[in-house]
Design a protein around this ligand. Structure first.
Ligand code: 9Z3
Length: 333
């Protein structure tokens, strides 16, 4: 990679004033959200690890860093949580994309839902089924039919394991606290930072003051009132990391809504790309929508390849164009 790398705040703003004004105006909603969901227990340690990881990459002026978010979010229904609302996401998109970003030399901050899929190990769903007893040595071996495939995965893992940092979350609140902290830490990378938001994030939550402290009892119908989660893309793209390249994902089940919703999000939040996908076909095709309005359908033609390879390679090329096209503050004077 060869492009100019700049430190914090040396890039001129290219976002529409309206989006950044709107982000400032809605700041109150965000403050209210963060005061109504507790900071995750490991927050300070996680952000310290992220800052250290970014600093170790920042010195190389051509290095880029991507944060990949992955997996679903839980929405607790009680303060001492026994029950929560969850969603379908397995974390395939994020874990697979991380592998392809590593192949393109991107260090990755992998922000993933605890127990969802992880890079490389996702290829080995059951370790026990992979192994057999070796009676001669009284040890264990990988079954001969699986040796070549397992070795390939292990080689890739060994090569790349120091280039990605794993940070976990469980609840919607944990995810948004960490997203904000990581985005703010990445801001120092200017346009060399990318946020790739593949996690399936709940639109609804129960503020702590609307939640019972103890387990809900089963002697009466529960009454649960959800609040709307403020749209995090607005402060993300306009306040927390205004110079970063931001790729969001839009999930729908009704195809008629897919493109209008993606275009609406880009217009409103002024970020860079929306990857629009449908629940049932998300592994076969996606539609990539750019801020210019350009629409590209990416289709996975073979069953044995991951569509994420196609998505990541396309997004990396767009990121290169973004970095090259980004005027520095001095150039725009
Ligand atoms: C996605 O659309 C991801 O592609 C999937 C991947 C969650 C479908 P899996 O984890 O599935 O591989 O099983 N993510 C949706 C991101 C999201 O929640 N976007 C929000 C929205 O659509 C806000 S950015 O409004």
């Amino acid at each position: 990679m060869s492009e100019q790398g700049k430190s914090c705040a040396s890039f001129s703003p290219v976002k529409a004033q309206s989006a950044s004004d709107m982000a400032k105006e809605t700041g109150g909603q965000w403050n209210e959200f963060f005061s109504s969901v507790p900071e995750p227990a490991h927050f300070q340690e996680s952000i310290a690890a992220v800052t250290k990881f970014i600093s170790s990459k920042q010195a190389d002026q051509s290095s880029r860093v991507v944060m990949v978010s992955s997996g679903g979010t839980t929405v607790p229904l009680e303060q001492l949580t026994v029950r929560f609302v969850d969603n379908f996401s397995s974390g395939t998109r994020g874990a697979a994309s991380t592998e392809y970003f590593l192949e393109r030399d991107y260090p990755v901050i992998f922000l993933y839902r605890a127990k969802s899929l992880q890079p490389y190990s996702r290829h080995i769903p059951s370790v026990l089924d992979l192994l057999e007893l070796d009676e001669t040595s009284a040890g264990v071996n990988v079954k001969s039919a699986d040796v070549a495939r397992t070795r390939l995965i292990l080689e890739k893992y060994m090569k790349n394991k120091s280039s990605y940092l794993m940070i976990t979350y469980e609840t919607l609140g944990d995810y948004l606290w960490l997203l904000k902290g990581i985005a703010q830490a990445l801001d120092c990378m200017g346009p060399r930072a990318m946020l790739y938001l593949a996690a399936a994030v709940s639109d609804f939550y129960v503020p702590i003051h609307d939640m019972p402290e103890h387990k809900m009892q089963s002697d009466r119908k529960p009454v649960i009132e959800f609040s709307l989660v403020p749209k995090m893309l607005l402060p993300l793209a306009n306040i927390w990391a205004p110079n970063a390249f931001i790729v969001s994902f839009k999930l729908e089940t009704d195809e008629d809504l897919l493109l209008p919703k993606a275009l609406q999000a880009l217009e409103k939040y002024q970020h860079d790309i929306v990857v629009a996908n449908l629940l049932t076909t998300r592994k076969k095709w996606v539609t990539l929508v750019e801020r210019t309005g350009k629409v590209t359908k990416l289709v996975n033609s073979t069953e044995d390849r991951d569509i994420e390879e196609l998505i990541v390679n396309t997004v990396v090329d767009k990121h290169t164009e973004y970095i090259i096209g980004r005027p520095t503050a001095q150039e725009s004077l």
